[in-house]
Design a protein around this ligand. Structure first.
Ligand SMILES: Nc1ncnc2c1ncn2[C@@H]1O[C@H](COP(=O)(O)OP(=O)(O)OP(=O)(O)O)[C@@H](O)[C@H]1O
Length: 261
């Protein structure tokens, strides 16, 4: 289809277990996986600890080399070693991204770093883009001269989001990025993410344990277990009529989140 943004084909990952190097014992973290995402859409990836969710994320951002398969963005292959290309188009926000902001840099310096490394913008243009980006995520231009410790957890998450969108990426991976926020901050953040998705045509890949968030936020969902895809389809269909026993159990264990969110 013409407006497919990200195309993942037969992506897999096998790790050599370091404890067994002499007999080459391997761990299959992810069996061959294929999916497409359109601009403006969100795909959620759910599964228990060790199911392979973070492996998918690491392969998509280029932090790990795939064992097989390839990733195409707008029809163009993302080369495994081309970090500049990857960094510009596919960004990731973690659960505690806010706490990993370098405490000795001002917000302007933190946001300037990716611009200096990846663009040819001059100082005035970078300054202007930082202002605009802070406003986009609901912060003030005045915040540029502040340091990370001067912000609350929710605001730090917005700074991480500003850092993620400043290079105008097309795909953002949210790896449990909303997990540590309390419910009201979480709703604000979800609304902000949905607004940005509309404005910028972003595709999101949401990695989450919380099916309440998945239901609210995603168009499609994929259920992973032991590196295998058990179910993949429209989020509303899967949550209403799960086919796999594992998905049913997951939904049962979170029925209260699903009732009240
Ligand atoms: N660097 C590595 N070396 C060896 N095995 C690994 C490595 N990274 C992950 N694995 C294994 O791959 C499998 C999938 O791990 P992964 O981290 O992707 O799961 P996950 O679903 O993201 O779990 P969590 O929710 O805890 O983050 C696990 O069995 C894990 O032990």
């Amino acid at each position: 289809m013409s407006n497919v943004l990200l195309q993942v084909s037969e992506l897999s990952k096998t790790y050599k277990d370091k404890n067994f190097w002499f007999n080459r014992k391997c761990v299959t973290a992810l069996e061959p996986l294929s999916f497409d995402i359109m601009a403006h859409k969100t795909l959620a990836i759910v599964g228990e600890t060790g199911s392979g969710k973070s492996t998918v994320a690491k392969l998509l951002v280029g932090a790990e080399m795939p064992t097989t398969g390839n990733i195409r963005l707008n029809g163009q292959t993302l080369e495994p070693g081309n970090f500049k290309q990857r960094c510009q188009h596919v960004r990731m926000i973690f659960q505690d991204s806010g706490t990993t902001l370098n405490p000795s840099l001002t917000i302007e310096q933190l946001l300037d770093e990716p611009l200096r490394l990846n663009t040819k913008l001059d100082e005035i243009e970078r300054h202007q883009l930082i202002r605009e980006t802070l406003q986009k995520v609901g912060l003030l231009a005045d915040h540029m001269s502040f340091y990370p410790h001067m912000f609350s957890g929710g605001q730090k998450q917005r700074i991480s989001l500003a850092r993620a969108i400043i290079l105008k990426p097309q795909v953002i991976i949210l790896d449990e990025a909303l997990a540590s926020l309390d419910p009201s901050l979480r709703s604000q953040m979800i609304n902000l993410l949905l607004d940005l998705q509309q404005q910028m045509g972003l595709a999101f890949i949401l990695i989450s344990h919380n099916l309440g968030i998945v239901r609210h936020f995603s168009d499609e969902m994929m259920v992973l277990s032991n590196g295998k895809v058990l179910e993949f389809g429209k989020t509303s269909d899967i949550l209403q009529k799960p086919e796999h026993k594992y998905t049913k159990k997951l939904i049962m264990s979170q029925r209260f989140q699903l009732l009240y969110r």
